[in-house]
Write a protein that binds this ligand. Sequence first.
Ligand code: PLP
Length: 388
Amino acid sequence: MSNDVRLRSELPAWPTYGDEEREALIRALDQGQWWRIGGGEVDAFEAEFAAAHGSEHALAVTNGTHALELALEVLGVGSGTEVIVPAFTFISSSQAAQRLGAVAVPVDVDPDTYCIDPSAVEAAIGPKTRAIMPVHMAGQMCDMDALDKLSADSGVPLIQDAAHAHGARWRGKRVGELGSVAAFSFQNGKLMTAGEGGAVLFPDAEMYEKGFVRHSCGRPRTDRGYFHRTSGSNFRLNEFSASVLRAQLTRLEDQITTREQRWPVLNRLLAEIPGVVPQSRDDRGDRNPHYMAMFRVPGITEERRAKVVDVLIERGVPTFVAFRAVYRTDAFWEAAAPDLTVDELARRCPHSEALTRDCIWLHHRVLLGSEAQMHEVAAVVADVLADA
Ligand SMILES: *Cc1c(COP(=O)(O)O)cnc(C)c1O
């Protein structure tokens, strides 16, 4: 850190917003009806978000965690069932399954793409498996060819955790064209946001209807007699959030194009830094929205990594330590978990173990910066790591 290299100019702020969001909020306000039952913003957002992802059935919900819970519930996940999840992910992937009383079964990820390893999934499928949940890590689509085949052969449905994958494509197909349920998040840091929010894409109208009823306390859309048909909860998105998300959706494609241009530049520069190994790309994921720029520093200690992250933030680079393997949290063991110890799970998930220690990620607003800023960011990372 001797050179004290820091960013010379500020990176773009996140969230991005402007008159489109301002006007949308006023439009929602002036409807005089602020929930979806009386307003038009949630309905319009669902239609627009579905169309953008090659689907006909999007259901807007309160947040991404609820999107996963609702999607899993529609797939029949509950107590006595198991859901296969990647060990290396944000906790909501496993927590959503556990919240329904199911056992979350963590399996290992690929050490290069950080996406769920299909051979590990195959080994974990058993008679109680009710869903397989690939997480498209940082916008890199999982190997959907291999996972589709596993799903077809076993009869176990896929549910895509697409919290990082707004606008992503796999061999030209959009998330909603892949034939499985998909759940999105619109939390403040995600690729489009209303502070909080979520959505589920369903492959058919029947599943959408099941989801709709459950997300509205088990009550059909036109019910006036309090005939609650199924169990459920209130996961309804409000009109203000939907109005903002409609504006955010109009920015998504251009922002992806910018990040698709910046990421190869930054990744090449990061790869030149001694000790740094950036996330690999599987080109079959041929549109990658780049939710983060991730890299590993193999052999770094957790303590030193924490220090590196702190210094990078001080130098103007928004940086985070990556996720902890889900079974390395107290939360995981408070709910239904496999009949294994932490050490046994760790032995089965060596790559997730390594990522828990050595992986770092940069916020996607880095990738909205100028090409010159990619060089600046890499120079800061190189300087901080050289000293540390
Ligand atoms: C953000 C995230 C979620 C949860 O979304 P929230 O809207 O924060 O509830 C789920 N899965 C993954 C992989 C995420 O990164």
